[in-house]
Each structure stands twice: as structure tokens, then as C-alpha cells.
Write a protein that binds this ligand. Structure first.
Ligand code: ADP
Ligand code: MG
Length: 478
């Protein structure tokens, strides 16, 4: 990328953040002439332009440049009237305003303005962004969590309104990060010009430490000046970090006083934040304080339904209730179980059963008592060890005879069970297509392959089939 192209990318980031008339006046015919020793040199056509950029837009330019290349540590401005020449290097900024470009730049800006910018940043520290999978409408609202959800919705509709600051607290894995990021996403959608900044308290502390070390405190503070909505996750991390608390206290006051929205999350109520400055604790309780409660059974089931849809996973309702009964205090664990089931389905094309879910839960939490699954009873079942075992169990289940299964009939009543048993023999016993074909009266291996694939395809959309296979596998002790 040439220096000029590099500069155009920076301009694209800047353009939506600056009034059009100003942008056209002060950035016309500017360019980047070099990047040396972590310094970006920008060439502008007049001394006035240099004055304006250096005085009014320095921080914005610096931030945009860092987003483009994190190794840039400073900006210098140089005047050269040549950039304005017909064949000079200066960028004609009018070209950045075509309709399509405006859309593009807005997008770029929205995803980047929420970056936490590190003064004098190093690439090691990852920028924190809002994850756009978190939305208010994919947060399942149970009877106990109406209030936090409604408060978040109210803040998203009117940032800086009455719920300021909004303070959410709960045990881990109950949706604090989800909600706080969802509010950020909604605000950016409804108010694309707002600057939303999300970061964890831990990140804030690292930033303060770095800023002190590099004597960049002023720049650090300035970053927060133009923020319209500040989201700070896990403020319990501020405990015993005194200079960070102080710094945050000032940031908080400044934003609060100018009616900017602040949302905080924590693992406990403000009054229980030990080792935190009293002044901060009282600020935290000034607005709305709400606790997120672990979801009840119905809510867990609703969450399971919602998440399995998101994961494109169709599960037997019995399996869903089984999970809801056994993974009770943490939504993150519910997701963890579902993720492993996705792997079971995608990698092994297997239908998750209560037994397989029980094993996953046991692996995750060895001490847990499992409700609704008795390994002893399962072990008493006749284990399907041979292909004939499977064929006869499937035949029983569908009320057809083994002879019919092995025979030539092609009516649906026989075909489907036949295909299912081929699939089960393949997946559970690991027999080759050839071997299965031979067992089914010398059928060709491609026929068997076709049957297995057909069943697998159906398993991705047919709940009835999933339930059938679940019951059959239960008979097989699986
Ligand atoms: P916390 O920040 O409280 O530790 P998270 O926000 O990280 O918890 O939530 C953990 C996971 O659980 C996330 O993937 C989140 O989407 C999900 N989650 C938690 N509560 C709900 C809910 N009520 N509806 C939908 N998803 C939820
Ligand atoms: Mg969290």
C-alpha cells in the first residue's frame, strides 16, 4: 500500500466524524508523505491547514492512524504547496463522498469507533469491540429478568436518560456482557453518530498503567471526552487499583455531568465492592442498580430453544428438557453443552441422546448429580453389539420384520427403517459400506452410502426422525 492509499484509508475513517464542510476545507489536497520511526508525516498544502489539523483534529487523526496501523506513535505535519498541484499527491477528498463510499465509511467507523485505543499502543493488546451477536432481542427474558432487560431497552432508546448509570450485577455466565454489549449495538444502530466505547475494567486498568508509564495521561483522558456511551464490564476488577479508581472517578464524573450514558457491570452489588473507594461506590449506585437472576426451568428451556436455533441444531425435546434440568445455574454452561452437541452432530453425524448429554455434563462437572438418567438402568439394556442387534431393534420399533428389512421391498414403510439401520450400523459400529451391503443381502456399497447420507440429511431437518432415533438408541443402551 502506498502512503497515499494508507492516508485515504485514514481519511475514510475520519470523514464520518467531521462536518462535511470542514472536512472538505481542511483535508483537501492532503497526503501522507512518509512513515518513519513510528511517526506518520502528513503533508498539507497551506500553513492554515497545518494549524487546523494540528490543533483541532490531531487526536482524531492519531486515533484513525492507529486503527490503521497500531505501530504509529505520533503524527507530524509538513507544508508543501506541491500537493495541491494538478499532478501532486494530494487527495481530492470530494471523491470520498460518493453515496456508496459514505455508506462504507460509516460502517468502518462504527466498527472501529468503539475500539479501545491504546495511547502509544502496542499490537500485543487486543482492541475490544462490540460483538454484534449480542442483541437485546436474542436475550431470552424470563420472569425474573424482565427488569434488567427493560432497563437496558430504555437506555438503548434514550442514552443518557434516567437510568444513568445503569449498573448490572450477577454471578458469572448470566448475561451481563451480553446485555451491556447489546445496548451498545442498539445505540450504534439507532444513533450511528454516537461514539460508544466498550471495555472491561481490567483493560481500563492496563490503559491507565500504560498511560502513566508513557506519560500519555493527557491523551488518555482525551480519548474519553468524545464518548457518548461508556460501557465498563466487570468493575469489581477496580478493587485495590487506586490510581485507576481515581482516573475512572474523573472520567465518570465528566461523562455523567455532560449527560453521557454509563453502564457498568459487576459480580456484586455496589455496596459489596470491597476495596473500592466509597466515592465510586456511591456514584455506581446513583442511577439504576439491577441484579440478574439465574434463569428458572422454563427460561432455561426457552434459552435452549433459542440457542439451538442459533446453532442450527435440532434436538429431541426430551434431550432439551434433560439439559434444562441438569444445567441450572449458568447460561454459559448451557451453551457449552450445546457446543459439544454441535460437534457431536457435525463431526460424527450422531444424534445426541440423553446418555451422551449426561456424559458431557459429567465431564464438565464430575461432582454433579444427574437428574433423569440412570446409568445402571441403561447398562441393563441389551447392548447392540452386532449389525443384527441393530436391525432387529429398528425393525421392532417400526413394526416390520427382519426379513422385510433384509429383503427387496422398496415401499416407504420398509425403506426408511432399512436406511436408518444402515446409518446406525455405520455410525455406532463403524462397519464399512461394503460390509453393511453384504449384510443386507449383497447390496452394493454405493446403495448403502446413499442410504446413510439420506438419513443424515434428514437428521438436519426432521425432528420426528431425531425423536425416533433417540428412542431407538435408548433401546440400544446408547
Ligand atoms: P456474564 O457476563 O454475566 O458472565 P455473559 O453475558 O458472558 O455472562 O453470558 C454468557 C453466555 O450466556 C453468553 O453467550 C450469553 O449470550 C448467554 N446468555 C446469558 N443469559 C442469556 C439469556 N437470558 N438469553 C440468551 N443468552 C443468554
Ligand atoms: Mg461478562
Amino acid at each position: 500500500m502506498s502512503h497515499k492509499e494508507f492516508w485515504i484509508n485514514i481519511l475514510r475513517r475520519l470523514q464520518p466524524t467531521i462536518k462535511k464542510a470542514h472536512f472538505l476545507t481542511w483535508f483537501q489536497n492532503t497526503t501522507a508523505s512518509s512513515i518513519k520511526d513510528e511517526t506518520l508525516v502528513i503533508t498539507v498544502p497551506t500553513v492554515y491547514a497545518r494549524k487546523w489539523l494540528a490543533e483541532k483534529y490531531d487526536l482524531k487523526i492519531f486515533q484513525a492512524a492507529q486503527e490503521q496501523d497500531a505501530s504509529i506513535k505520533s503524527i507530524k505535519y509538513k507544508v508543501s504547496s506541491k500537493v495541491a498541484d494538478q499532478d501532486g499527491d494530494g487527495v481530492d477528498v470530494k471523491t470520498l463522498f460518493s453515496a456508496e463510499n459514505e455508506k462504507k465509511t460509516r460502517k468502518v467507523r462504527n466498527s472501529n469507533q468503539i475500539n479501545v485505543l491504546k495511547p502509544g499502543s502496542s499490537e500485543k493488546i487486543t482492541t475490544q469491540m462490540l460483538n454484534n451477536k449480542y442483541k437485546l432481542n436474542n436475550y431470552v427474558v424470563g420472569s425474573d429478568n424482565r427488569l434488567p432487560h427493560a432497563a437496558c431497552q430504555a437506555v438503548a432508546n434514550m442514552p443518557g436518560g434516567i437510568y444513568n448509570p445503569l449498573y448490572l450485577y450477577s454471578e458469572v455466565g448470566l448475561g451481563k456482557t451480553h446485555l451491556v454489549q447489546a445496548v451498545g449495538n442498539e445505540i450504534l444502530t439507532a444513533f450511528p453518530d454516537m461514539v460508544v466505547k466498550y471495555l472491561t475494567a481490567e483493560k481500563f486498568v492496563t490503559e491507565v498503567v500504560e498511560a502513566i508509564g508513557r506519560r500519555h495521561m493527557r491523551r488518555f483522558k482525551e480519548q474519553y471526552r468524545n464518548v457518548d456511551c461508556l460501557l465498563i464490564d466487570d468493575v469489581q476488577f477496580f478493587a485495590r487499583k487506586n490510581s485507576s479508581q481515581q482516573e475512572f472517578f474523573h472520567t465518570f464524573n465528566e461523562l455523567y455531568d455532560s449527560n453521557k450514558q454509563i453502564i457498568l457491570t459487576s459480580d456484586r452489588a455496589p455496596s459489596e465492592l470491597d476495596d473500592l473507594d466509597e466515592r465510586l461506590k456511591s456514584r455506581f449506585s446513583m442511577g439504576m442498580v439491577v441484579e440478574l437472576i439465574a434463569p428458572d426451568f422454563e427460561t432455561r428451556l426457552a434459552i435452549l430453544n433459542q440457542k439451538s436455533k442459533e446453532f442450527q441444531l435440532i434436538l429431541d425435546p426430551d434431550v432439551l428438557s434433560f439439559i434444562a434440568n441438569n444445567v441450572t445455574n449458568n447460561v454459559r454452561e448451557i451453551e457449552g453443552v450445546l457446543r459439544q452437541l454441535v460437534a457431536e452432530v457435525q463431526l460424527f453425524e450422531r444424534v445426541p441422546t440423553i446418555k451422551s448429554v449426561a456424559e458431557i455434563i459429567k465431564r464438565m462437572n464430575k461432582a454433579q448429580k444427574i437428574i433423569g438418567y440412570d446409568p445402571e438402568e441403561t447398562n441393563k439394556k441389551k447392548f447392540a453389539k452386532t449389525s443384527m442387534d441393530i436391525i432387529s431393534i429398528v425393525a421392532d420399533y417400526y413394526n416390520v420384520t427382519v426379513d422385510q428389512m433384509l429383503g427387496k421391498a422398496r415401499n416407504k414403510e420398509v425403506m426408511v427403517p432399512r436406511q436408518i439401520s444402515m446409518y446406525l450400523i455405520k455410525n455406532e459400529l463403524g462397519h464399512s459400506y461394503e460390509r453393511i451391503g453384504a449384510g443386507f443381502g449383497g447390496r452394493n456399497h454405493t446403495t448403502v452410502m446413499h442410504s446413510c447420507n439420506k438419513t443424515i440429511k434428514m437428521l438436519h431437518k426432521n425432528l420426528r426422525l431425531i425423536r425416533d432415533i433417540n428412542s431407538i438408541k435408548k433401546e440400544m443402551g446408547l
